[in-house]
Design a protein around this ligand. Structure first.
Ligand SMILES: *Cc1c(COP(=O)(O)O)cnc(C)c1O
Length: 324
């Protein structure tokens, strides 16, 4: 069995990120609610992708890559953070973004521009088509003597998920220091890597703590997440296997991926107005909306200490509309 420390890691983030109690919301909902501030990972505007990129880009470096390809929606936080992290490591980022959502120069697209990333819009809904184009462009660069490295959407491979295994080691060490044991850890599920890594890390470092992933897109995450968990445990050469109670997935997609509803605006405002913390309209705001509804409906009855993972996404606030 390996430990998380056996894997090469590019030192990109500024960690540990803060972990603290949400005092006003805890009082309102009658629970001890905590937040892990991975919106403050220290690169770009912060966010969960920095932790995944620490393992993915270390692999790229080991393979001698000088150009990194990745993809996502037009407002992808992952693509923006890939560009930011590549800049730190002296690699070039090529972003193949789906021509969907907000494609005007707003939000993350402004940041992509400032970061000097090469952005190409691909007019398709199929990631297979995007990956085929990525390969074609990469092959061309290779013929010119470059070494390309490919990161799939969201960086949600087993290697990327290791970032959240490491994040959970950090988180549960912090909670131990605080004398708190979490009954439940709640995170956002967008492409699955964060939830898979969080569930594996929780199994390793805080067995018995439940994990809930709140999906903001309608892919079959009940299958995707356990499969990624198995692959991640495989990388770690762990004797553990994925069990039924390791992770629950609930969906809050609303009108569609990237489309916030009025209840999401209310959740973003509740966090901002109670705690002075900004959530985002695509991921954390939506997950928090369902999280608050679950608190009201008694989903966490019998539990005292609950952790919400803030995975970042601030750029989306300046691109995506929050309906009133
Ligand atoms: C990408 C992203 C997520 C989802 O993480 P996955 O690992 O793709 O499931 C959550 N929150 C924010 C802000 C993100 O950018």
């Amino acid at each position: 069995m390996k430990t998380i420390h056996d894997f090469p890691r590019a030192a990109l983030g500024i960690t540990p990120t803060p972990l603290h109690k949400l005092e006003n919301l805890s009082r309102r909902y009658g629970k001890n609610l905590y937040i892990k501030r991975d919106d403050m990972t220290g690169v770009g505007l912060g966010g969960n992708k920095v932790r995944k990129l620490e393992y993915l880009l270390a692999d790229a470096q080991a393979k001698g890559a000088d150009v990194v390809f990745t993809t996502g929606g037009a407002q992808s936080n992952h693509a923006m953070l890939t560009a930011a992290c590549c800049n730190k490591l002296g690699m070039r980022a090529v972003l193949l973004l789906k021509k969907r959502g907000v494609t005007e120069t707003k939000g993350n697209l402004i940041l992509d521009h400032l970061l000097g990333a090469e952005v190409h819009f691909i007019d398709t809904d199929s990631y297979d088509q995007v990956y085929a184009e990525m390969r074609r462009m990469g092959d061309e660069l290779q013929a010119e003597g470059h070494t390309p490295y490919y990161i799939p959407v969201g960086g949600s491979t087993a290697l990327g998920a290791l970032g959240y295994v490491a994040a959970m080691e950090e988180t549960y060490a912090q909670s131990k220091e605080m004398g708190v044991r979490f009954d439940h850890t709640v995170c956002v599920c967008g492409s699955g890597g964060t939830t898979a890594g969080t569930a594996v890390g929780t199994k390793l470092y805080s067995p018995g703590t439940k994990v809930l992933g709140i999906a903001v897109d309608d892919d079959p995450f009940e299958e995707i997440v356990p499969r990624l968990m198995e692959e991640t445990l495989g990388l770690l050469e762990s004797p553990l296997t994925v069990e039924k109670g390791d992770v629950d997935i609930l969906f809050h997609v609303g009108a569609g991926y990237g489309l916030a509803g009025v209840e999401d605006t209310a959740a973003v405002k509740e966090m901002a107005q109670s705690e002075g913390i900004f959530l985002d309209p695509v991921y954390t705001g939506k997950a928090f909306a369902l999280f608050l509804e679950l608190l009201r409906k008694g989903y966490f009855d019998g539990e005292e200490n609950i952790l919400f993972l803030h995975s970042g996404g601030a750029g989306g606030l300046f691109a995506v509309e929050l309906p009133e």
